[in-house]
Design a binder for this molecule. Structure first.
Ligand SMILES: [Zn+2]
Length: 186
């Protein structure tokens, strides 16, 4: 799926949860709409040593995963030891895989504990979750109004790095800068 198709899909999904492109996105609401339960890593019954590993010793190792259930449903497991902004981005990424109907091979871990992923699916999920969290239309308006990356992050409940990435990757800052030059020239 190309970028403009993903952009359209993100706006459609936002509409399904009653959001305009300018509202803050909550991935848990979309997950619920899809009947996908989001489970916190700390709620899972596993050995304390394993939990400590993910939460404290190697918190970077695991952000989230989609896990198919025997009844055909899907759950998202997310690492709740991460910052809220990162958790929002993780859950959005995983729910994007669901919305894109990516097969489970794309998100399961192999026996060595490495993520088996299809690069194309990962790129799509990254782009779709980016558009869900900060749509291009919103980025352009914010850039035009000279809203800082930090303020964009606060408004949309995302990290400053994520906001910066979106404000640049969407071309929003560049377009606003060009428009400002034009305004000064006339
Ligand atoms: Zn992924």
């Amino acid at each position: 799926m190309n970028k403009s198709a993903l952009k359209r899909l993100a706006l459609e999904l936002r509409r399904e949860v009653d959001l305009t492109p300018y509202d803050r996105f909550d991935p848990l609401v979309l997950a619920e709409l899809y009947g996908v339960e989001v489970i916190r890593l700390s709620e899972i019954e596993c050995s304390p040593a394993a939990l400590r590993h993910f939460q404290l010793a190697r918190p970077e190792r695991f952000s989230g995963a989609l896990v198919p259930q025997s009844d055909g449903s899907t759950v998202i497991i997310e690492n709740d030891s991460h910052e809220p902004e990162r958790r929002v981005s993780t859950a959005s990424h995983e729910v994007a895989h669901v919305a894109l109907e990516h097969p489970f091979a794309a998100t399961l871990t192999d026996t060595k504990g490495c993520r088996v992923s299809i690069a194309e699916h990962e790129a799509e999920a990254a782009e779709l979750s980016g558009e869900l969290l900060l749509p291009t239309d919103a980025a352009k308006r914010l850039a035009f109004n000279k809203v800082s990356d930090a303020d964009v992050a606060r408004r949309f409940g995302i990290s400053i790095q994520f906001a910066r990435w979106r404000m640049n990757a969407t071309g929003a800052r560049k377009i606003a800068a060009r428009a400002a030059v034009k305004r000064r020239a006339t």
